[in-house]
Design a protein. Structure first.
Length: 284
């Protein structure tokens, strides 16, 4: 994949914005598909704001920061994406039916690589209805996309070698390191990350320590850049609950969501996006 290639992203959430930004920052023409005008405009505003921050920190020149927003545009539907793009990544919520609908529509645009950004859903299941499953794989990005160095590539049973090669090239273009895993529930990163996160929640629930001290234990004792509870707030408690429930169906009780997580999601305390999760984000 070379500079000035065309990349499509579907959705307008935090992950989509990050993916759009990193490709635009490397010179790609990015088209973001989002049906809600307000969400689409907010996504573009975030791209512009991140470009300005990158300029202030010396990561982009003034010229680069000025050109970047012009490389990102929005359309209101997947079927308005340009045809035969180099890469199309969907990053809609982790609901199989929704992802299936979006991927079917995206496949009609005939991208060279079609990717699902999922942290736990089966790539083979998502590929089953597709007419060209060889062109499909999983690309699991991490928040914030512009600073996290890893992309987890999930190879389905029918993913073609050429597709895997192109995905690696795309990740390399945006400066990411990759790991390649086979399609299995939770892949590598979600199984590890969710296991740690759920145990941290149980510790908080049992009164072992405060959220702050549990997080500091992992940050200072194990050199994690962020503690598991703060990370859960950034990812979204609802997202973590969906992933944990999915993993529990496969791997059993060790992934059962603890009561504290169920209660917080039921109360609408979903993390940073709602202002409160394991932390109060209105005070940070």
């Amino acid at each position: 994949m070379t500079i000035r290639q065309q990349v499509g992203v579907i959705g307008a959430g935090t992950m989509v914005v990050g993916i759009a930004y990193v490709f635009a920052a490397r010179g790609c023409e990015v088209t973001l598909a989002e049906p809600e005008p307000a969400r689409a405009e907010k996504a573009l505003e975030t791209v512009r704001a991140q470009a300005a921050r990158a300029r202030e920190r010396g990561r982009l020149t003034s010229a680069q920061a000025g050109q970047l927003p012009g490389r990102a545009r929005t359309v209101s539907a997947v079927d308005e994406l340009p045809e035969e793009m180099d890469l199309v990544v969907e990053a809609v919520p982790e609901r199989p039916e929704l992802k299936g609908q979006v991927l079917a529509a995206a496949e009609e645009r005939r991208p060279l690589v079609l990717a699902g950004n999922t942290s736990g859903l089966s790539i083979d299941d998502l590929a089953a209805p597709l007419r060209r499953p060889g062109d499909f794989l999983g690309l699991h990005f991490f928040n914030p996309v512009w600073s996290m160095p890893l992309v987890e590539i999930v190879r389905g049973t029918r993913t073609a070698e050429r597709t895997l090669k192109r995905a690696r090239e795309a990740a390399g273009l945006i400066g990411k390191e990759t790991i390649v895993v086979r399609d299995s529930p939770g892949f590598a990163t979600s199984r590890l990350g969710v296991a740690i996160g759920l145990e941290a929640m149980r510790m908080l629930q049992d009164g072992v320590a405060s959220a702050e001290d549990i997080d500091r234990a992992m940050e200072l004792g194990y050199r994690h850049p962020m503690g598991p509870l703060r990370l859960t707030d950034l990812v979204g408690l609802d997202v973590r609950l969906d992933i944990a429930s999915h993993l529990a169906e496969t791997y059993g009780p060790r992934f059962e969501p603890p009561r504290i997580l169920l209660d917080k999601v039921a109360a609408g305390d979903l993390g940073r996006k709602t202002g409160r999760g394991f932390y109060d984000w209105g005070e940070t």
